[in-house]
Design a protein around this ligand. Structure first.
Ligand SMILES: Nc1ncnc2c1ncn2[C@@H]1O[C@H](COP(=O)(O)OP(=O)(O)OP(=O)(O)O)[C@@H](O)[C@H]1O
Ligand SMILES: [Mg+2]
Length: 245
């Protein structure tokens, strides 16, 4: 088989099957089905409260689904624990840049590598993060809480990358950031895609997200209502009306 034929055969890295998530009485996800192929950037769009973060939390096992299944590389991970899915190669950069404010940039990065033990490799990967995020290199000994919003977002992504993920879950990386920083972060996401990381991107900035993504899904009140390739979604009247202003 030549390389072109290889490219035609898409491998599925993640599959959500009929996923239901409830918080107490509230059903946050209803029968969600979603598929991501290796190497893709897939974006999940939706209004506030639609269930985007819940979808990421279900995948990274911060919340447990009531029913349905999560398959990762064909393995059923529905009942796995959070640390197990990190070990399997899934990293989650959560909403609101949850960095440890009282720890330095360096310590936050080391924390991201908690599942790993090879110190030489960890050191090399910290260096790699500093190349990807030069702003963090200059601030390696600064307390994370004193970083700007954009820098904290970069740290949250860099920390997620320290577990060497194959699948990166990014929750609203552009939220609250100035346009120039947003572009900087999106160009880093482009680089990551180039390095072979598969990305599930939750974004309020649908326009930017659809420009970078291969495909997209629209969540409305916990249900997927629309899916397609990004270049189609960007011209879809429903998407335009609801998410592209
Ligand atoms: N811990 C929780 N307990 C109770 N309800 C919750 C909890 N977390 C989320 N919810 C509810 O679940 C629904 C989906 O929330 P979720 O955070 O997934 O939305 P979202 O699409 O990420 O929204 P946003 O764009 O505002 O971040 C909302 O109605 C929310 O109030
Ligand atoms: Mg959210």
């Amino acid at each position: 088989m030549n390389t072109d034929e290889h490219r035609l055969i898409k491998e599925i890295i993640l599959e959500l099957q009929d996923l239901d998530v409830n918080y107490g009485g509230i059903q946050a996800l209803k029968q969600v089905n979603l598929t991501i192929q290796k190497g893709e950037v897939v974006t999940l769009l939706g209004a506030n409260g639609a269930g985007k973060s819940t979808t990421l939390r279900a995948i990274s096992k911060i919340v447990n689904p009531q029913s349905g299944a999560i398959l990762y590389n064909g393995r059923n991970i529905t009942r796995r624990q959070a640390h197990e899915v990190v070990e399997m190669g899934i990293a989650h950069s959560p909403e609101g840049r949850r960095v440890l404010a009282k720890q330095t940039v360096l310590d936050n990065l080391l924390l991201g590598a908690y599942i790993r033990s090879n110190q030489a490799e960890i050191k090399a990967d910290i260096q790699q993060q500093f190349e990807l995020f030069p702003r963090l290199a200059q601030r390696r000994h600064q307390l994370a809480g004193t970083l700007s919003g954009g820098e904290q977002q970069m740290l949250a992504i860099a920390r997620a990358l320290m577990s060497k993920p194959k699948l990166l879950l990014l929750d609203e990386p552009s939220l609250g950031l100035a346009p120039a920083i947003v572009l900087e972060i999106f160009s880093i996401i482009e680089n990551l895609r180039g390095s072979g990381v598969t990305i599930l991107l939750v974004e309020q900035n649908a326009n930017l997200a659809l420009q970078i993504a291969d495909r997209g899904y629209v969540l409305e009140a916990g249900s997927i209502t629309l899916t397609g390739i990004a270049s189609d979604l960007i011209h879809d009247e429903r998407v335009k009306k609801a998410y592209l202003g």
